[in-house]
Design a protein around this ligand. Sequence first.
Ligand SMILES: Cc1ncc(COP(=O)(O)O)c(C=O)c1O
Length: 442
Amino acid sequence: MQNLAQFSLPESLEAFWMPFTANRQFKAKPRLMASAQDMHYTTVDGRQVLDGTAGLWCVNAGHCRDKIAHAIAQQAATLDFAPTFQMGHPGPFVLAERLAQMLPGDLNHVFFTNSGSESVDTALKVALAYHRVRGDASRTRLIGRERGYHGVGFGGISVGGIAPNRKFFGSLLPGVDHLPHTHNLEHNAFSKGQPRWGEHLADELERIVTLHDPSTIAALIVEPVAGSTGVLIPPVGYLERLRSLCTKYGILLIFDEVITGFGRLGKAFATDYFGVMPDLVAVAKGITNAAVPMGAVIARNGIYDAFMQGSDQAIELFHGYTYSGHPLACAAAMATLDIYEEEGLFERANGLAPYWQEAVHSLAELSSVIDVRNLGLVAGIELEPLPGKPSVRAYECMVRCFEQGLLIRTTGDIIALSPPLILEKHHIDQMVDLLGSVLKHG
Ligand SMILES: Cc1ncc(COP(=O)(O)O)c(C=O)c1O
């Protein structure tokens, strides 16, 4: 097999239009990975970089796991592709059954996608269509939340609440409203675990419902823990209150578990962690340990059943992707779920969470740090912005950490850490020491 890492770079890096990247800045001084194993990347110039972010919150079982690589290779040589439109192959049936067993309650029906963005758009479409097939076609409004990130499809950016992701792209979906976000440093700075203040912010849903009337609202989508927008942990009682309001008004509750799914909080899903049951769950990323793109939406029985009416010949949902349930993704996902189970990685994350919490909160003493927050194996470290230069302090910290051997993510002036679940205590120490020293000395 050819080793792609040995390809020499083209003279110009212009051809690849990089996503969510300052292209000119990056291309002037690229940061390139050549290979990876377990907790580390190796850069093209041969340096080891400790992965503090599980890639992009997705490589939960660590990098280049043999079992996953073999499963993909074997599948590629056996059945590279088969349609799942009016045709099938065993992979997605087996995987769907396994996911349904992992999810609580009657979250039993799995629609496969290829990314988090597609999962979100699928969940929103299923919610809209669900009300319509039940004869409740006036429920067309979708509610999201300020600072929410739900990927980059038109549905996702419409319900999402991050201005730069929205402002370039016209009027977006009509009939969308937003809850306020829950982040409040005045009340909740340096909270360990869930902040105590903010449950009442869920009551904003009542205001929105009163404004539009419940009969017009199809669904509410939230990330149980918002990641990309800078690690926002839900206040105690907040998600429970959203659930009860959704139930009261017949609104479907969608949990976007694209980052919280597959062990990030020390349970399989955030729905388990918080004990709050949504109607639809959107997942991606950790489902295949990111080795092959895949996403999924898991629906409760009542939603699936609502579509299974009428003539047997009729297609029940006019939606799907060429690669829904792709054989390679299914093989990768089955091997990934084996690893999670065999190595007890969700329990492991849960066991490490207290150590993680104390370690990341030790950064609170640094003068540039205005907040540290954490849950499971996630942490957010918020920095005081440099005067007149928002985002620069965190960006420079990210570059320095990379140069010194640690991968972190930044959003604005917030650093996010979300390591692979296989990490050891000494990795946590190394991460916190290195980050602390970069923040202290620059
Ligand atoms: C909560 C959430 N939803 C959706 C997405 C979009 O996923 P993707 O980039 O796979 O489309 C992300 C990506 O980070 C995410 O964090």
